[in-house]
Design a protein. Sequence first.
Length: 174
Amino acid sequence: MSNLMGTRSDGSTTSKRKSDGQVLKSQFFGQSSFSRLSIVRESCVVKFDGKAGEMGIFAACGCGFQTGAGTVLNILKPKPDESVVIFGMGGVGLTALMGAKHLKVEQIIAVDLTDRRLQMAKELGATDVVNSRDITDMPKHITELTNGGAVFCIDCTGVPKVIETTIDCIAPLG
């Protein structure tokens, strides 16, 4: 439980509500992303010998890598001749893209609102990049790019409207 809900081996936690002292579960997956300090098991610590200014690169190394790449490598397992469309090029989306590239997927489409993120997606292996601000009918656009719809669509935004759009971009039996 220490790496899942942030409890110590005796079941206690490091956080209590000030108003009534109620125990709070915290440090989900042992990382506490929005905290300056965190108490974790020694096995969760990664030694870093670089400069303090370089530590920002580790910010995305938490569950984002496991979620994005894990979705592609362990769940979807696309074949090289299948298409993958990834909505949202943040940490999760970019690692999903890298997972698809690792599997030698021939068509990887990155969709985002930010040109800078789309440029990074292109550098990491996206075959097509789509700025969704420029497209009025995304399902039609994706269907045209993929010759009938994507085999796999991945939402990495959590935005309900985007999730609905991903469904409309999938090919029959996708």
